[in-house]
Design a protein around this ligand. Sequence first.
Ligand code: FAD
Ligand code: NAP
Length: 313
Amino acid sequence: MSETRHTKTLIIGSGPAGYTAAVYASRAMLEPILVQGLEPGGQLTTTTEVENWPGDSEVQGPDLMIRMENHARAMGTEIIGDIINDLDLQQRPFVAKGDSGTIYTADSVILATGARAKWLGLPCEQKFKGFGVSACATCDGFFYRGQELIVVGGGNTAVEEALFLTNFASKVTLVHRRDELRAEKILQDRLFKNPKIETLWFHEVVDILGTENPMSVEAAKLKHTKTGETIEIPCKGVFVAIGHAPASELVSDVLETHNGGYVVVEPGTTRTSIPGVFAAGDLTDHVYRQAVTSAGMGCMAALDAEKFLAQTE
Ligand code: FAD
Ligand code: NAP
């Protein structure tokens, strides 16, 4: 028989947004339950050094997330290793079903399910992820001072990442599968004016070449999308910037979303279109997508939930 658990505040997701919401909700005596999902600790567990978390000039992503988990637990959050596979936000209390069979009922819900970078889907990409292949120039650009880099994509993110990487790299090649960028014109202007950036049209990455000991990228193999001709260009890093996908599948049919699935919140708050349901972190944010901004929104979500519960009691 399935167990049913009730809580004032159910937090779904265990990245910086979820754990920060948990700390604040616990201290507000909301006795929250946090469900961790498939990736306990979230995206930062997939990286190594994090150098922009305030208070730590360098911290390993997985270590930081263990500290956040311990902090949330110490404040009184019940942390559960489960995955929510169904969420009913049309009835009160809200009802969430876990893969474990547990049913969670909640007076308020904080959604902190994050977003995932889209990847090219090449086996070599998996192999070199964290060792020359990245989806986050802000996070990893610093490690490539004086090196040649490739950025893949033609949207705002790719152009912004290419521009940002010129702060470190000796040369950046933007590889795009068409001959037209999606990026805003103002960004395109900056891109084309930047002497460190070369744009390679009609090309896609088909392989990433490197060494295994030490694990290091040395070149990318590119294919012309029209002629099929392949070339190899030397590079120490490949930044994949082909879009991010928010993990909003649970709520995309009931909550307002925009920009490809990001949950809409009332500006300056974490309130979604359903009272009592709050969203924080990368799930709602297609612009900043940083650990510290996610944590900030997690804090806001707990405070918003506390206020909502006080008003409805
Ligand atoms: P996430 O970290 O994405 O966490 C989402 C959580 O939701 C996960 O725990 C997942 O298990 C859970 N979840 C999803 N679906 C369900 C479900 N159905 N049921 C239950 N739980 C669910 N930012 C920085 O500021 N500095 C960096 O150096 C940095 N480096 C990065 C390196 C890499 C490789 C990547 C990918 C990102 C990096 N970022 C960095 C970005 C940063 O990781 C994100 O902005 C941040 O993690 C977003 O936090 P979040 O809490 O919104 O979501
Ligand atoms: P995006 O706009 O969806 O662009 C993705 C790019 O990657 C496109 O150029 C696409 O090519 C390319 N691409 C997709 N799949 C690919 C694949 N498998 N192989 C090779 N190339 C592939 O994504 P984004 O740039 O991350 O932007 C997402 C949203 O955030 C947008 O709404 C954007 O405006 C917004 N954003 C805004 C800012 C800002 O305001 N400063 C900054 C960043 C992002 P095609 O063009 O051929 O489809």
